[in-house]
Design a protein around this ligand. Structure first.
Ligand SMILES: [Zn+2]
Length: 293
């Protein structure tokens, strides 16, 4: 599941490669992927890519406006959410016939092709083509909390955001609370801050909040630095994530050597160090489930 660091590196690489590229045409072969119909995808033809960026876990491809003549139009933006199995990839040349994984194809005048593909059985990744002025008002962005990186709220502001009787693990993954953190990086952040994933947001003390903010910045920033060193185009479909705790249950804690534990849920796993995070308590079963809704 791409989270903030993975989406950030995709946006950076595509921005470098696509800025100024002229669009020839665009189609959306996936039945469910395109969530808007006005403006139509045909409106992209003849325009240039202005920039590729990120908001939360969403990719934003900004498209220049057209001036004068019959084709005049305001700047547009493609808003893309990869969900768990979507990948946005740039191909050096036309990538053959449309395969079943393709959700959006943007053909460029220079022969390259930007393609949103989705692996796995579900069709969950989506695309919206919006007028740029509508972007921030779109429900997918309007409801997002502040960005988790590079500059999340100061400890006091973070305390306000997290002041709820819900476990930290759930609160930090809630995009309305803070944008960009998901099931993988939340484990790394809470381990970094030495906080229990089951601690209630409202029970955080001042020093907890300072450590948490620091862990958010250094964990996500460290992942992005790692990707800066290791990821180039074409971006691999499976980006190896530099995780130390998540998916490492049973291995020694990188800080203290205690065996990392995990709680398994239907569609995710919480990994943590009992010594560093839960005062030695091992919470292996699903009795916490109802608390994590
Ligand atoms: Zn530990």
């Amino acid at each position: 599941m791409p989270e903030l660091p993975e989406v950030e590196i995709v946006a950076r690489r595509l921005n470098d490669a696509l800025r100024g590229a002229a669009i020839e045409s665009a189609v959306a072969p996936g039945i469910n992927a395109l969530k808007t119909f006005d403006p139509p995808l045909a409106a992209l033809a003849g325009r240039e890519v202005a920039a590729v960026g990120r908001r939360g876990k969403n990719l934003v491809v900004r498209i220049d406006g057209l001036r004068g003549g019959d084709g005049a139009g305001p700047p547009l933006a493609l808003l893309i959410h990869l969900m768990s199995a979507g990948r946005l990839q740039l191909y050096g040349k036309r990538a053959g016939p449309r395969d079943r994984t393709s959700r959006l194809l943007v053909r460029l005048h220079d022969g390259r092709e930007l393609r949103l593909r989705e692996f796995g059985s579900k069709q969950a990744a989506w695309v919206k083509l919006l007028r740029a002025e509508e972007l921030e008002r779109d429900e997918a962005l309007a409801k997002l909390g502040p960005e988790a990186w590079p500059d999340p709220p100061e400890p006091s502001g973070l305390g306000e955001l997290l002041r709820a009787p819900r476990p930290l693990h759930a609160l930090l993954r809630d995009q309305r609370t803070i944008a960009g953190i998901g099931r993988s990086w939340v484990d790394e952040i809470l381990w970094g801050a030495q906080l229990s994933p089951f601690k209630r947001g409202g029970d955080l003390q001042g020093e907890d909040l300072g450590r948490l903010r620091e862990a958010i910045v250094t964990t996500l920033g460290g992942a992005i630095e790692h990707y800066e060193r290791t990821v180039s185009l074409p971006i691999p479909d499976k980006l190896p994530m530099p995780l130390r705790v998540h998916r490492h249950e049973g291995e020694p804690c990188p800080r203290c050597g205690t065996k990392l534990q995990a709680v398994h849920f239907e569609d995710y796993i919480i990994a943590y160090c009992p010594h560093c995070q839960t005062d030695g308590r091992v919470l292996k079963d699903r009795r916490m489930l109802r608390l994590l809704k």
